[in-house]
Design a protein around this ligand. Structure first.
Ligand SMILES: *Cc1c(COP(=O)(O)O)cnc(C)c1O
Length: 373
């Protein structure tokens, strides 16, 4: 028998399953890449903003040098935007990095981390990666049950992950409820408020989490440039928190975790209000397009506040995998969520109108041709 390396808690990790890349689906199913529609990873269907492309072209000349380890220019821009001191900002290689850094900085092996059932898969990975114990709190209507999460906090709990809106379900908890939760949580427990989809929220749903950071020394707000800002491939996100948290994060963070192109592109994207507005409008229209189609098809879905929708494609435990395969054969990539304990559902990212239409037609065909009975 070959030797087993490393600790048991690392061996126990089920590796993250990402949305399939277009090239892989083309190879596997003998399709032309140009005809494939990918609505699997909640990316911005407009791609990289032009402003960010230009900023990167300029920054490319300096790639022989290390990036600014402190990310001065980007932090300055973020500091102005969110009205927090630069010293309260942690840049991440994607916000995934922020989540990982938080687990490493605040939790010892054996201590516990609280998060919700059906919440983002990376919370479980970050928990297991530090040998911590997870307390997964049953969801309420596919979303966070914050009262139950507050009640689930133990003496050894050091971290709580909340995704708002949540991925993969799209559920949203109102700002007032989050704030009530923050008031209840013991002050030594760090609350990570992961707002990867914040920019898609309607005006009424928006709340001032950056302002809460001033009030709650145990709050870490996490944001990303991967979704609404269209920079998923660059890997850049950030955390906002008081120095008690940020200085600990900075000890764990890799010195050059955000590369030069990413820093330059993020500044440009942050200032590109037109791109953000266009993306939010497209998203709202695409959501209506999906919702109307799902209702016509008699498919149950979870009302979403993000740039994706969770839709139920059958009643048996193989439904998600079966319909997913039927979609792949038609060149449409979506996200099966069996690994989240939702095997009857698929998560579909909102794309451009014509991409959404292709998905809807392919789904109709898939459902007609793949009955379980
Ligand atoms: C996509 C996503 C992230 C992380 O994305 P990055 O590309 O690493 O910034 C974080 N949280 C949630 C809930 C997400 O869906």
């Amino acid at each position: 028998m070959s030797k087993q390396f490393g600790p048991e808690y690392v061996r126990a990790i089920a590796p993250y399953q990402a949305g399939k890349p277009i090239s892989e689906v083309a190879r596997e199913f003998g399709l032309d890449e140009a005809n494939i529609v990918k609505l699997a990873s909640n990316e911005n269907p407009f791609g990289v903003p032009e402003s960010a492309k230009q900023a990167m072209a300029q920054a490319a000349a300096e790639l022989g040098r290390y990036p600014d380890a402190n990310g001065y220019e980007l932090k300055l821009a973020l500091s102005k935007r969110y009205d927090v001191p630069m010293e309260w900002i942690t840049l991440g290689n994607g916000s995934n990095d922020i989540l990982e850094i938080a687990a490493h900085a605040f939790v010892e092996a054996g201590q516990s981390i609280v998060y919700s059932q059906y919440s983002f898969a990376v919370y479980a990975l970050a928990t297991q990666g530090v040998g911590a114990r997870h307390i997964a709190v049953p969801a309420k209507a596919h979303g966070h049950d914050l009262d139950a999460m507050a009640a689930a906090i133990q003496d050894d709990t050091r971290l709580v992950f909340i995704a708002n809106p949540n991925n993969p379900t799209g559920t949203f908890v109102k700002g007032a409820e989050i704030e009530a939760f923050l008031k209840k949580v013991p002050s030594h427990v760090v609350v990570v408020l992961d707002e990867a989809y914040n920019e898609f929220l309607s005006k009424e749903d928006q709340y001032e989490s950056a302002a809460w950071v001033k009030q709650y020394p145990n709050l870490l707000v996490s944001r990303t440039f991967s979704k609404a800002y269209g920079l998923a491939g660059l890997r850049v996100g950030f955390g906002l928190a008081q120095p008690g948290i940020t200085e600990m994060m900075n000890r764990i963070r890799q010195p050059f975790n955000v590369n030069s192109l990413a820093q330059a592109a993020a500044i440009a994207a942050l200032n590109d209000k037109d791109f953000l507005d266009k993306s939010a409008q497209n998203n709202a229209a695409g959501y209506q397009q999906f919702v109307e189609a799902f209702e016509q098809m008699g498919l149950e879905y979870v009302p979403s506040h993000g740039n994706f929708v969770l839709v139920k494609v059958g009643n048996d435990l193989a439904a998600g995998a079966r319909v997913n395969l039927a979609l792949l054969k038609q060149g449409v990539i979506v996200r099966p969520v069996g690994n989240y304990g939702l095997p009857e559902w698929l998560r579909v990212s909102i794309g451009l109108p014509q991409e959404n239409a292709i998905l809807i037609a392919a789904l109709q065909k898939a459902l007609a041709g793949t009955r379980a009975e």
